[in-house]
Write a protein that binds this ligand. Structure first.
Ligand SMILES: [Mg+2]
Length: 229
């Protein structure tokens, strides 16, 4: 079997990259900026576990609205982006992101699989972090939120990757219930990532199992235990 017969499609945030100090922190700061109230990481995870809140702009906007504060959506997005990418006065939290794979993991996987990404990020934001953290790795295709008409949990982006690659075998690796639903909708086996240190860990494992995950791993470095040669 050749490399191109087998496809691994990765979600990005929480799978390839630790975003606890970038996206999750940006949600907290954005909500606090407009409402004056702090929201906990546990509460944010509760919303993620519920599904339908893959988009961090939409979730921030929703949380601000729930606090009874009326702000224009674009104003929320602009503030969010100024924290995430920096605004001249301060560095963007995107720079806090950490590549999660140990040295050699993707080099070994690339010998056996074609590697692709389907992320809820805009494609240029995915490229930015990939260039900084893993410039030597090749993911193809990289499908961002702006490459699909329907974001996760819709399966469109995952199906697009499968159409491009035409693999015999394929898997999707993600860390949220929306990723699992996306995989189920596409008919692609799903491997869940749930960090034991993450808030609401047990609830996350339960929802990923409930969506039919074939395995749940602490992090991406355990992937080869599932994908045995
Ligand atoms: Mg994710």
């Amino acid at each position: 079997m050749s490399v191109s017969d087998s496809l691994l499609v990765f979600d990005m945030d929480g799978v390839l990259v630790d975003v606890s100090e970038s996206y999750r922190e940006t949600i907290q700061r954005t909500v606090e900026h407009f409402t004056g109230e702090k929201i906990t990481r546990e509460k944010i995870q509760d919303w993620k576990n519920q599904g339908g809140w893959n988009d961090d702009w939409a979730l921030s906007n929703h949380l601000i609205g729930l606090a009874g504060v009326k702000v224009d959506y674009q104003t929320v997005v602009d503030y969010f982006q100024s924290i995430f990418h920096g605004n001249g006065a301060s560095q963007g939290l995107i720079l806090r992101e950490r590549w999660m794979a140990a040295d050699g993991l993707f080099e070994r996987l690339a010998g056996r699989f074609r590697l692709a990404i389907f992320t809820g990020r805009l494609r240029w934001e995915a490229d930015l972090t990939l260039k900084r953290c893993a410039p030597h790795l090749r993911f193809d295709p990289i499908i961002g939120n702006d490459d699909v008409t329907r974001p996760k949990p819709a399966p469109e982006g995952l199906l697009k990757a499968c159409t491009i690659c035409q693999p015999n075998e394929r898997w999707y690796i993600g860390d949220t219930v929306d990723d699992a639903r996306c995989a189920r909708g596409a008919g692609v086996p799903f491997i869940g990532i749930a960090a034991p240190s993450s808030p609401r860990y047990k609830a996350l494992v339960a929802v990923l199992k409930g969506e039919g995950a074939i395995a749940i791993l602490d992090d991406i470095n355990q992937l080869e235990t599932v994908l045995k040669a």
